[in-house]
Design a protein around this ligand. Structure first.
Ligand SMILES: Nc1ncnc2c1ncn2[C@@H]1O[C@H](COP(=O)(O)OP(=O)(O)OP(=O)(O)O)[C@@H](O)[C@H]1O
Length: 313
């Protein structure tokens, strides 16, 4: 069956008693896309995922996974996905290969098919050289890669990935990111929930920001950052006597508000042409205003998160 979108979520609502946990959420995810679902604690992410994975019924609205309705065709919908949690039910005393073989058979593969798939996954996740070691000897990163491999044994079209790198060091985190990218490149659709905005920034093609059960932003990481105001100019004038002169020069050229904090001047550049910044530097030099620090900074997803969700919780 072929469908334009891998996931279609349309106007879903969920109420617990008199608390509306999810309010009119809609989004689509394309085949092979990595989609990030972000939001502060209690925003409604888990409730959305539970409805998408058929563990909970939405009150109204519709969820289609590869065209199958999670409410009316739940068995077929369930065949479309796999869920990777923070702790897969693996056996510490068995080797990586043995664990994969067991899950292969649990997924209905015969011995030969389970063997082939196990070797494929061990290779894909760079575990082939440690395949016959027991999990007790595995590092956190190796364990996480094995968890991912296990959730892929039945070749799911859609993968729900919950906090895949929590507790991992930066190096092993990057290994997991690489494995996820490889997966999506091979055509799997990935729905990622994470507390690390940097992770979503690196991995997700698009991000939905949820707060109080509602979608408050949806876009690529760079589109979301644009909402904060794009690039920011920051410069420092060491001589406090000259700060207001510098502020005036910058304001005149950029025709933008310039904030002053002690010796540091900042201005959100918005749609201002970057060439104008060169003029700022030339004018400051012509006026003999010394500068001790200069930067043009891109906002981070943290800035987006703070701007769009702060004060509402
Ligand atoms: N079974 C339930 N009964 C009553 N209230 C619930 C239930 N499940 C969730 N809620 C409430 O719904 C809201 C959304 O919760 P949810 O767990 O979906 O948030 P979350 O975004 O996953 O949060 P976190 O990041 O902390 O896991 C919260 O206010 C929560 O208390």
């Amino acid at each position: 069956m072929s469908h334009n979108n891998s996931v279609n979520v349309t106007h879903i609502y969920k109420q617990f008693g008199n608390k509306t946990a999810v309010k009119d959420i809609s989004f689509t995810i394309k085949h092979g896309e990595i989609f990030g679902l972000l939001g502060p604690n209690g925003a409604g992410k888990t409730t959305i995922i539970r409805m998408m994975t058929t563990l909970l019924h939405q009150d109204t609205g519709r969820i289609l996974l590869n065209g199958y309705d999670t409410s009316t065709q739940s068995r077929l919908a369930r065949q479309q996905f796999s869920v990777t949690g923070q702790s897969a039910a693996v056996d510490q005393d068995l080797t990586a290969r043995e664990n994969l073989m067991i899950f292969g058979k649990l997924n209905g593969l015969n011995h030969a098919a389970a063997h082939t798939r196990t070797t494929e996954l061990l290779t894909d996740f760079d575990l082939i050289n440690s395949a016959d070691q027991t999990l007790a000897t595995f590092s956190g990163g190796m364990r996480r890669r094995l968890d991912l491999a296990i959730s892929l044994i039945g070749k799911p079209a859609i993968l729900f990935l919950d906090e895949p790198t929590t507790g991992l060091d930066p190096r092993t985190r990057k290994q997991v990111w690489q494995a996820v990218r490889k997966l999506a490149a091979a055509g799997s659709t990935v729905l990622l929930t994470t507390q690390y905005l940097e992770e979503a920034d690196h991995l997700a093609d698009r991000i939905a920001l949820i707060d109080h059960g509602q979608m408050i932003a949806l876009g690529t990481p760079s589109e979301l950052k644009q909402q904060v105001g794009g690039l920011q100019l920051r410069l420092e004038v060491p001589d406090t006597q000259r700060v207001s002169q510098a502020q005036q020069i910058i304001q005149e050229i950029l025709t933008l508000p310039v904030n002053v904090n002690d010796r540091t001047l900042t201005a959100l550049l918005g749609n201002v042409k970057i060439q104008l910044v060169t003029q700022v530097l030339q004018q400051l030099q012509a006026a003999a205003v010394p500068i001790s620090n200069f930067a043009i900074e891109a906002p981070t997803l943290d800035d987006v998160f703070l701007k769009l969700t702060v004060g509402k919780n």
